[in-house]
Design a protein around this ligand. Sequence first.
Ligand code: SAH
Ligand code: DHB
Ligand code: MG
Length: 218
Amino acid sequence: MGGGWQAVDDYIAGKLLCADDALAATLANNDAQGLPPIDVSATQGKMLFLLAQIAGARRILEVGTLGGYSTIWLARALPAGGELVTLELEPHHAAVARENLVRAGVADRVDIRVGPAAESLAAITDDAPFDFVFIDADKQGNAHYVAEAIRLGRPGTVIVVDNVVREGGVLETDSDDERIVGTRALFDMLSADPRLDATAVQTVGAKKWDGFVLARVR
Ligand code: SAH
Ligand code: DHB
Ligand code: MG
């Protein structure tokens, strides 16, 4: 069945996504420089692009850059004069991302901030409010990152959180996997926070069985 998911993703990408040298070069460079292949898929990247455009986003915040694959999709959704701030813990990931963003022609719109996201978020003052926030870093931090996205957002800000299903792992009540514990803490936070409307959508495809949270600040 997993093979079917990949084949259908390939079919969708072949029909609806243009062949893209900058994105292909990004994945090749990430691999050559030892980054893990945990970027969003091509069809998910285009979904992020579409959601940011539907939201009319002029200022985008991303938590978890890796090699900038999702960053490129989101940066391409910005209008002239738009800006994207992306937060990354690992200096090597940020350096590879910078190369990829330059090759893709979007480096002028993107500000990569290196360090623990919680610290970078706490230091943000004059870049807010953000219109669109994509959270895709350490899963332990997710509830805090959503709280920060609300603080740095405005009514109508769109928040997307990646990897909230983990092949059903989200149901493990007594997991000692801190990513599962963090994901469940995220759902607890979302269910209790009156400042958001939220859902989560399960996905299958190149990234197997997973899902994303979609939320809007009230
Ligand atoms: N959004 C990327 C994938 C991100 S993978 C894409 O789809 O292309 C997750 C990234 O989060 C990794 O690069 C990892 O180094 C980073 N990360 C992990 N913990 C972090 C933290 N505490 N603060 C900031 N980034 C973190
Ligand atoms: C992992 C992180 C991700 O953001 C992802 O999309 C897939 C896997 C991980 O930490 O294993
Ligand atoms: Mg992810």
